[in-house]
Write a protein that binds this ligand. Structure first.
Ligand SMILES: Nc1nc2c(ncn2[C@@H]2O[C@H](COP(=O)(O)OP(=O)(O)OP(=O)(O)O)[C@@H](O)[C@H]2O)c(=O)[nH]1
Ligand SMILES: [Mg+2]
Ligand SMILES: [Zn+2]
Length: 312
């Protein structure tokens, strides 16, 4: 039996490199098959640690070089709900750092989406990092948002894949870490990774002229190992990110700036939506808390409540 890490999943084929917990072997990944529905965690995703047996066989006309025997327990799992879906879609596992990639210009900076990823990072105790790409197109409003996130304690790197700005900072920050690039389609996740990992040629896409949105160029997550340890996983971009797996009463803990106020609410617990003498709402009204963050909270809260109600 070998220990490995899942670098990519393409349909029924799970690509695995050997991994001793420290170093990912520099090798062509083994194309592995799955043992039916035998895994408690469901299907493996990029970042999963697995046990596999190296063994050649042909199944349904496909050549495999191994079989996955078990998926090891996950330390974290980023999952999302697609619009209209009920079942969460797992995206990546076992991160220690969640990198939210956004862009300015096209697609424009979307704080509402950034906040969803930040919530996810807090829930799983992942270190958040914000990368704002295409910074050569930044306008005043973009800098304003960056300053707000920085004031909340989030580290922001303003970068440009095209002009090769801040690429060394990104590399130095993420080397040795287990991270993934998550964000809206078309912000330049794959473009940045092509610059950070010479020799890797991820597909990158044009923005559609009509909508100025990304076109979902990346369709499967792909793990890229650093030479001296750690990795970054490229993930397919989204248009929306439905929160899943976070109970409504835990949501406000994922907004760290609410915490000092939440302790002073009259009702405990307080949902900070309608209760009288809610210190969080009062702080928003007094401009002590950023209104856009509170709006993001309310939106996510009502979405989660809807799901919770319909689950009964
Ligand atoms: N102006 C500008 N354009 C960039 C920059 N980086 C990437 N782009 C362009 O943005 C578009 C989308 O880039 P991708 O790397 O495919 O974006 P992505 O985030 O991987 O998109 P998905 O795979 O769909 O999630 C391409 O046309 C890139 O050339 C940049 O720094 N500045
Ligand atoms: Mg991509
Ligand atoms: Zn409250």
């Amino acid at each position: 039996m070998e220990k490995g890490i899942v670098v990519e999943v393409l349909g029924p084929v799970v690509f695995v490199c050997r991994y001793d917990g420290d170093h990912i072997a520099v090798e062509k990944p083994y194309a592995c098959s799955l043992l039916g529905k035998k895994y408690r965690t469901g299907r493996p995703v990029a970042g999963d640690r697995v046990q596999f047996v190296i063994h050649s066989e042909t199944v349904q006309g496909r050549d495999y070089q191994g079989v996955i025997q078990a998926i090891e327990p996950r330390t974290s799992l980023v999952e999302r709900l697609e619009p209209g879906e009920r079942r969460p879609k797992p995206v990546v596992a076992n991160l220690d750092t969640l990198v939210v990639v956004a862009s300015v210009g096209a697609p424009p900076l979307k704080p509402g989406l950034i906040d969803r990823y930040l919530v996810c990072a807090h829930h799983w105790h992942l270190e958040p990092l914000l990368i704002i790409n295409k910074w050569e197109q930044a306008e005043e409003i973009d800098l304003l948002y960056v300053r707000l996130y920085e004031a909340l304690g989030y580290r922001c790197i303003m970068a440009s894949a095209h002009l090769k700005i801040e690429l060394d900072t990104i590399k130095q920050t993420l080397e040795g870490r287990h991270s993934a690039f998550l964000g809206h389609s078309g912000v330049g996740k794959s473009s940045l990774l092509n610059e950070l990992f010479p020799g890797v040629q991820l597909a990158t896409g044009e923005l559609s002229m009509q909508s100025q949105r990304g076109r979902h160029t990346t369709t499967a997550s792909r793990l890229l190992p650093f030479e001296h340890g750690g990795f970054i996983i490229d993930t397919p971009g989204v248009r929306e990110f439905g929160i899943t797996g976070i109970p409504s009463q835990e949501l406000s803990k994922c907004f760290p700036e609410f915490e000092p106020y939440a302790a002073q609410c009259r009702f405990q617990p307080c949902s900070h939506t309608h209760e009288p003498n809610c210190a969080v709402r009062e702080a928003v009204e007094a401009d002590e808390l950023a209104a856009f963050r509170y709006q993001a909270y309310l939106k996510m809260y009502s979405e989660i409540r809807e799901l919770e109600k319909s689950a009964y």
